[in-house]
Each structure stands twice: as C-alpha cells, then as structure tokens.
Design a protein around this ligand. Structure first.
Ligand code: PCA
Length: 326
C-alpha cells in the first residue's frame, strides 16, 4: 500500500517535471566576444537573472565568440528569428545608418560621463531604427576608451605611415586610409592569428580587448588615445519577445535595464584594471605625445565631417542635443 502511494507520488512528480520542462522557452543568444570578456560576462549575468526571475521558464543560452553566428551576421540572424537574441558592436552598422556610429566619431565623447550623454541622445534613434527592422533594443554597454597598440614607438602619425592596421569597423578603415596606413577588418577571435601571420601590425582598441587577445605576444606599446568610447548593443527579435507571457517579458526588460547599469559600471572598472594587466605583461602604457595627439585630432576632424555628411540632419540633431547636455 505504502509502496504504491509512493509510486503514484513519484509518477505525479515526474509528470509535473516533464510539463515544466516542456513549458520552458529557450532563446539562443549569439555574441561576438570571448567568454572572458566583460560584455560576455554581463550577458551571462543577464541570462542567469532572467532564468531565476522566470523560475527557469526562460532560458537564454549564450553562444559567445562568434561560435554560433559570425559577428557580421548576428543582426540579420536576430531579425529573421534564426536566433532570438544577439549582441553586436554597434558601429559595425555604420554603413546601414551613420546613427549607429555616433559613438565612434573621434573626440565627440572621450570620457564615460560624455559617453552617457551621447547615448542619451543616440538611444531613441537606435531604438527606432531597430524597431523598423523587427528587433527591439535591450541594453547597450560601452567599451573602455580606445587606444593604439604598436610594436615600435610612435611619436607622430608619420610613424604609422604604411603600417598594417587591424580595423574593427569601416570607421577605423577610413581612419587608417587618412593616416596612410592599410587596414584589414579582423574580428576579435581572429586577432592573434592576424598578428602572428603578419596580416596586421597594429590595432586601435580597448585595454580589455588587448588583454583578451594577449596583445603582449605581438606588440610592445599601448598609447592611451582615448578619443572615443564605442558600445555594444543587445537586441531581441520582436516576435520572440511578444510571444512571451507578460511576466516573462517584464522580467527580460527589467533585467536588461539592470544589465545596462551594471555593464557601464564594470566597463569603467575594466578600463583601469586591464591597463594594469597590460603593464604586468610588459606592455609600455604611455600617454601619446602632443604631436601624435594633434595628428589624431586633425584626422578626427575629417572623420567627423565625413560622419556628419552621411548622418545628415539626424547627425546634426544628435550633436546639437548632445552639446546641450554638456
Ligand atoms: N573591442 C572590440 C570593439 C571595441 C573594443 O574595445 C574590438 O576591438 O573589436
């Protein structure tokens, strides 16, 4: 008698567990950067909290490092529903619309306080552009300010003439052209190989990516140019979000907001700590010379004009609204 009661209970429990399991939704999340990167860590933190908040009913499976979808295809994959959610470097979309590259305009926002203000004016436009394309913006987190990694010391732009620069978007390719360098676009997971095979000799990126790619294996100098603070953005397929029960949708939006706040804080910490790591591995971290900076400022002016031409009225509006916030 007792045995059969236990058996019935057990079978009820198994049935319940199966029902719960089948009711859970799994979202695949395609991201471009390695597990050790703070953006990926933030995505995992977001996924963990969404899972907890939905009692395990919404599972976000993070596929990092471009392992599921290549960086250049993540946006399309989310729009078409191939994956439900994705992360990209916002300014890789500068060819689609220059609004996405406002944060990669040199010397517009050079510290986190300014970057926040720039995001304040850029965000509604980015949201609208994504919404028109079947996606919803969830959160956006900045990289630490960008600096220059080289093998040889650099005192002025002339020292960069003819150098093979790794670029992470078309904005950096343009910058390369203006300083008389050549460039190849290389995704972060491929950076070490690009250096070791001689495809690239220098790069402009963050201390974070320098550490993730073990820059000390290839270069000796890091110049803190700090001329722009570009961002990643995480966005979701609109239909996938709409298909969730309301409580789950709310949990996604609530934790997205928290992930954004957390990401901005972590980015600022990482900006400092990864400089220390670079130094520990023997990289000379230096302030750029006045000569080098004035060279970058000149090039920056040309890039700003180019961006304004492409962004048209929206570009003018972004800059005007941003200046008002200063
Ligand atoms: N790391 C990424 C984007 C900006 C950054 O700091 C990269 O270099 O591709």
């Amino acid at each position: 008698m007792r045995f059969s009661t236990a058996k019935i209970l057990l079978s009820i429990m198994v049935t319940l567990a199966a029902a719960t399991a089948s009711a859970a939704t799994t979202w695949n999340m395609a991201t471009p950067y390695p597990d050790a990167n703070f953006h990926t860590q933030n995505d995992l933190w977001f996924a963990k909290h969404v899972k907890e908040a939905t009692n395990g009913q919404l599972i976000i499976r993070v596929h990092s490092n471009g392992s599921l979808i290549k960086h250049s295809q993540i946006k399309q994959a989310v729009q078409t529903g191939q994956v439900q959610i994705g992360e990209i470097f916002m300014s890789i979309l500068s060819n689609q619309n220059a609004v996405f590259a406002a944060d990669s305009v040199p010397f517009l926002a050079t510290n986190y306080a300014q970057a926040r203000k720039l995001w304040q004016v850029q965000e509604p436009l980015v949201k609208k552009l994504l919404a028109e394309q079947g996606a919803q913006l969830l959160y956006s987190v900045p990289w630490p300010p960008q600096g220059l990694y080289t093998e040889k010391p650099v005192d002025s732009l002339a020292d960069l003439k003819g150098i093979k620069l790794r670029a992470n978007n078309t904005e950096e390719s343009k910058l390369a052209r203006l300083i008389g360098a050549t460039s190849t676009q290389v995704e972060v997971p491929d950076v070490p190989q690009a250096f070791s095979t001689g495809i690239v000799q220098a790069m402009i990126t963050s201390p974070s990516t320098g550490v993730n790619t073990q820059a000390w294996d290839y270069v000796k100098h890091f110049y803190t140019i700090n001329a722009w603070i570009p961002k990643n953005m995480v966005f979701v397929n609109k239909q996938a979000l709409a298909a969730l029960p309301e409580s789950q949708r709310k949990a996604v939006l609530k934790w997205a907001k928290k992930a954004q706040a957390r990401g901005w804080k972590v980015s600022q910490k990482v900006a400092k700590s990864k400089i220390v790591t670079l130094k520990q591995h023997g990289i000379d971290v230096e302030k750029p010379s006045d000569k080098l900076m004035s060279g970058f400022r000149n090039v920056g002016k040309q890039l700003t004009q180019d961006w304004l031409n492409r962004a048209g009225q929206q570009g003018q509006d972004i800059v005007a609204a941003y200046k008002k916030l200063q």
